[in-house]
Design a protein around this ligand. Structure first.
Ligand SMILES: NC(=O)c1ccc[n+]([C@@H]2O[C@H](COP(=O)([O-])OP(=O)(O)OC[C@H]3O[C@@H](n4cnc5c(N)ncnc54)[C@H](OP(=O)(O)O)[C@@H]3O)[C@@H](O)[C@H]2O)c1
Length: 374
């Protein structure tokens, strides 16, 4: 019997990484013949109380306090676990990537001013984290990296918006990883706006307005602004599995047209007005979207936020309004990503209304902790 190749998953306790693990372990091998050849290795920053590095999926969910989706309940597969893996500690990354063939890499934002930006005055921590990971991957001769990137807003806006560092850092990291071809093969997924943001970011949640007796969502951009949405905790894995499955066909061959292309991952592009309507249909109450001035957004909705984070949010939404998530081709890119998932038989992405139903969303409830149910 041939030994399985190891697929390491960064951020395995989070939405993206958790979804990758659940998806790969719950999809029948007939659907994903290439991907099913991998053994999963979950990488966590935490220190877990385990005596063996290989545990059952059920044990993994118990240890990390994450709900196990119903479709993995009968799954008997085991996963390797490496704990205390820190993006910022190079020595912890070497054992994490030992004998790894492919790594799914996600990183977390530093919210520091971008190195590219004239406002820069500090180290770009997220980009440094990627450099650490890549350096360990090169030492360990990792074959392939699938990196969770985002569009470069400074470039997309031709220098108009330079504060959206969580995007720009990931775009810069994408270019860096891509420059390492053919030493490390790479593929990229660019996730849309997470539906879970409405559960975790209070300023987005509809607020009750006595005057109009309705629930109102307020941002400083127009109601027709289009936003690609994804249920990251449930659907990231579908896109990553589809990339893995089609990698050799689409990316591996010299001259292949699709080589290195970023897959945009979203269930659909929703307008803000359309999002409010979805909340209305789910809650059976009147929910509407209202555009406010940038000043109101900064001073009321984002009251108490650090100025640098306000800049990220103000400019991030303005860029979406003026330039689209990935430019004029946003809708087409979303459709292309969905097609890739469909072609692998992994269709059935979660819509916003389905997400609200699965989360049993109730208007006026405070923000939830980051745990997502099956
Ligand atoms: N919100 C959106 O709309 C949106 C859209 C597109 C992209 N994104 C990007 O998505 C990323 C967040 O992804 P997510 O929601 O899946 O994350 P998440 O659920 O918040 O989880 C964060 C993960 O990162 C791990 N982690 C944190 N610090 C670490 C460190 N120093 N070293 C190693 N691992 C560390 C955590 O591991 P432990 O639990 O083991 O500590 C956890 O697994 C951000 O970069 C964000 O910019 C967000």
């Amino acid at each position: 019997m041939t030994q399985k190749k190891v697929l390491a998953v960064f951020g395995a306790t989070g939405q993206q990484g958790g979804s990758v693990i659940n998806q790969l372990l719950s999809t029948p091998a007939e659907l994903l013949p290439n991907t099913s050849k991998f053994k999963l290795r979950a990488l966590t920053h935490r220190s877990l109380p385990i005596s063996s590095s290989t545990i059952s999926l059920e044990q993994w969910h118990q240890l990390t306090n994450s709900p196990q989706p119903a479709n993995t309940a009968s799954c008997t597969s085991t996963i390797q676990v490496v704990s205390k893996v820190d993006f910022h500690t190079a020595s912890s990354l070497l054992p994490a990537l030992e004998n790894v063939h492919t790594a799914f890499v996600m990183t977390t934002p530093s919210f520091s001013p971008s190195l590219n930006s004239p406002k820069n005055n500090s180290d770009d921590k997220e980009f440094l984290a990627v450099q650490n990971i890549v350096s360990a991957a090169l030492s360990q001769k990792v074959n392939t990296i699938i990196f969770s990137t985002l569009p470069n807003i400074t470039e997309l806006s031709s220098g108009k918006y330079t504060s959206v560092t969580p995007f720009d850092d990931k775009a810069r990291a994408r270019s860096y990883i891509w420059s390492l071809q053919p030493q490390i093969r790479s593929a990229f997924v660019s996730l849309g706006f997470f539906m879970s943001n409405w559960l975790t970011q209070d300023f987005l949640a509809p607020k009750y307005d006595e005057e109009t007796q309705s629930w109102v969502m307020r941002l400083h951009v127009c109601g027709q602004t289009g936003i690609p949405l994804i249920d990251a905790g449930r659907d990231t894995g579908k896109f990553v599995a589809a990339i893995l499955e089609s990698m050799d066909r689409r990316w591996g061959k010299e001259g292949d047209h699709g080589r290195g292309k970023t897959v945009v991952a979203a269930e659909g592009v929703y307008t803000l007005d359309g999002i409010a309507e979805a909340f209305s249909r789910h809650t059976k109450q009147r929910v509407r979207y209202e555009q406010v001035t940038e000043r109101e957004f900064r001073e009321e909705s984002l009251k108490g936020f650090p100025e640098s984070l306000k800049d990220v949010l103000v400019e991030g939404y303005k860029s979406l309004e003026e330039f689209g998530h990935v430019g004029t081709e946003t809708e087409a890119s979303v459709e292309e990503g969905k097609k890739l998932v469909r072609e692998c038989g992994l269709g059935g992405l979660v819509s916003l209304e389905e997400f609200l139903a699965k989360e049993r969303y109730v208007l006026g409830e405070g923000s939830k902790s980051k745990q997502w149910g099956p």
